[in-house]
Design a protein around this ligand. Structure first.
Ligand SMILES: [Fe+2]
Length: 501
């Protein structure tokens, strides 16, 4: 089999992998009713209720003072339609993706939100019911579709590369969007050869503007790595054969390497059930770090790691000794995904493992690995850095923090960690607010790392209103310098990015 056939087989196998004979949709249960009942008792569930309509462009009231030089658009993505016809999805990650745009023109801020018009939503809207299996929902009434992109929900993140706005999932292609109207323009095809292959939701932009990414295709037993030029051309790609493919959500770049952390959470081809249920957590097998030479993607080697689960990394860099250093919120197990994010969809609160922000050090030659806790950053998620430091030693990491063991119910604190001074700054949101990822927005008038703002959304579930918050990145403890409240609630989402105009 040559590389071309391999890649074509890779694409077709993705959809086949979602075929299942074991229904997650058990007869007699009704998650929609369960959720509606629970919402009356637990108003914080509002963030997981979902919506079915786009949000028209609205001017937001500004409380505080906006920096005059802050101009651009903050895009966010996340699962937003949690019910299709009579079906309420069984996992938070299942819902159809909605893109939000917060437009800063120097004086005013507007918000609008629009569903990605995917192949899936088009077919399901026409049918008036759910047709397709998703990440966490399967059943005899649902089909796996003919390709990964037929079930692509485009709901994890949103980036702009070479002027093109892309909504990202991780099982299939990116979707192209109009940056102003958010209208869906179609699937992104980098090359004919890679059409339809998985393109993950956490690409990394290198110092020279190169976009690096990867995708994992468990059925085919392989990962793919992408190198995309600053002008949007796919200039290299590599395949990594992994017969028992691990779930990999994010990765790292340094000056010389790409690093994929492979948790002992492997896809079992013989298993049945929803996609997420077909992975087995096997800590006894240990984890691996796959290290790839950026200048020769075929040069790959692996290092053994202790078993842990991770969704997101802040950043990695190489120090003078050649060690690869990175920081990430580390979980003992993937239970938060397999249990909490499922049960929350029927209104059940399930405590699970929370992530501890760790500093990790890995030597690519000796295989030595160690990690130490950043003590203050217990129960952390959504790490972000000043993107200008991507792949280089960074001084600041921002994380969202919550109550330990409370999954995403309790994210209510923004913390900025200064690794150089070994200090932290934090802001705790009001008691009835759930906060989401906050991204670093550089001050356009400064090249100094950390000069700028932290920007993110929150939901006041008691009042049913979402807000966009803006912090001075170096004075987080002072609270937001500006807050833009909406007259409505938007669903809790996942990731976003700000692009200056
Ligand atoms: Fe993510």
């Amino acid at each position: 089999m040559d590389r071309r056939q391999l890649l074509q087989g890779f694409a077709l196998s993705l959809a086949a992998g979602m075929v299942t004979g074991s229904p997650v949709l058990a007869a007699g249960d009704n998650w929609k009713e369960d959720f509606t009942r629970a919402l009356k008792q637990k108003p914080w569930l509002l963030g997981y209720k979902g919506v079915d309509q786009n949000f028209k462009k609205t001017n937001l009231k500004i409380d505080g003072k906006l920096p005059e030089n802050l101009k651009g658009i903050f895009y966010r993505n996340g699962p937003a339609r949690h019910e299709v016809g009579d079906l309420r999805y069984r996992h938070w990650f299942d819902g159809d993706g909605m893109i939000h745009a917060f437009n800063f023109d120097g004086e005013s801020v507007t918000h609008h939100g629009r569903f990605v018009d995917t192949i899936k939503t088009e077919k399901e809207t026409e049918a008036g019911r759910a047709l397709f299996q998703t990440f966490g929902t399967a059943g005899s009434s649902l089909t796996s579709g003919c390709s990964a992109d037929e079930v692509n929900v485009a709901n994890i993140s949103v980036i702009k590369h070479n002027g093109e706005l892309l909504a990202l999932w991780e099982g299939g292609s990116a979707y192209r969007l109009d940056g102003e109207t958010l209208e869906t323009l179609g699937l992104k095809t980098w090359t004919e050869e890679t059409a339809g292959l998985p393109f993950s939701a956490h690409p990394r932009v290198d110092q020279d503007g190169t976009l690096w990414n990867f995708g994992y295709a468990p059925i085919f037993g392989a990962l793919i790595v992408y190198r995309i030029s600053p002008t949007g051309q796919l200039i290299d790609r590599a395949l990594v054969q992994k017969p028992a493919t691990p779930m990999v959500h994010d990765f790292l770049i340094t000056e010389n390497h790409l690093i994929l952390i492979l948790p002992p959470y492997h896809f079992d081809n013989a298993s049945e059930g929803a996609f997420v249920d077909r992975f087995n957590w096997s800590p006894e097998k240990g984890g691996r770090a796959l290290i790839i030479d950026k200048n020769n993607l075929a040069a790959q080697h692996e290092i053994e790691l202790p078993p842990f689960w991770v969704f997101h990394f802040a950043n990695a860099f190489e120090d003078s000794s050649g060690d690869i250093c990175f920081d990430a919120p580390i979980y003992q197990t993937p239970d938060v995904m397999t249990s909490s994010f499922r049960e929350i969809m029927r209104g059940n609160e399930v405590g699970s493992d929370s992530a501890q922000l760790m500093k990790c050090r890995l030597n690519p030659l000796t295989g030595n690995f160690d990690m130490t806790e950043i003590e203050e950053a217990v129960a952390s998620e959504f790490p972000r850095i000043d993107q200008r430091m991507q792949g280089r030693r960074h001084r600041f990491t921002a994380v969202m923090r919550g109550q330990e063991g409370a999954a995403y119910k309790g994210i209510n604190q923004l913390m900025s960690i200064d690794h150089q001074q070994q200090t932290t700054e934090s802001y705790t949101f009001p008691a009835t607010e759930m906060a989401e990822e906050h991204v670093f927005v550089p001050d356009p008038d400064s090249i100094e790392e950390g000069k700028g703002w932290l920007m993110g959304t929150s939901l006041d579930y008691k009042r049913g209103k979402s807000a966009l918050n803006l912090f001075d990145a170096q004075r987080v403890s002072d609270g937001p310098v500006a807050r833009m409240e909406m007259d409505y609630a938007i669903p809790l989402g996942l990731h976003g990015n700000f692009y200056s105009s």
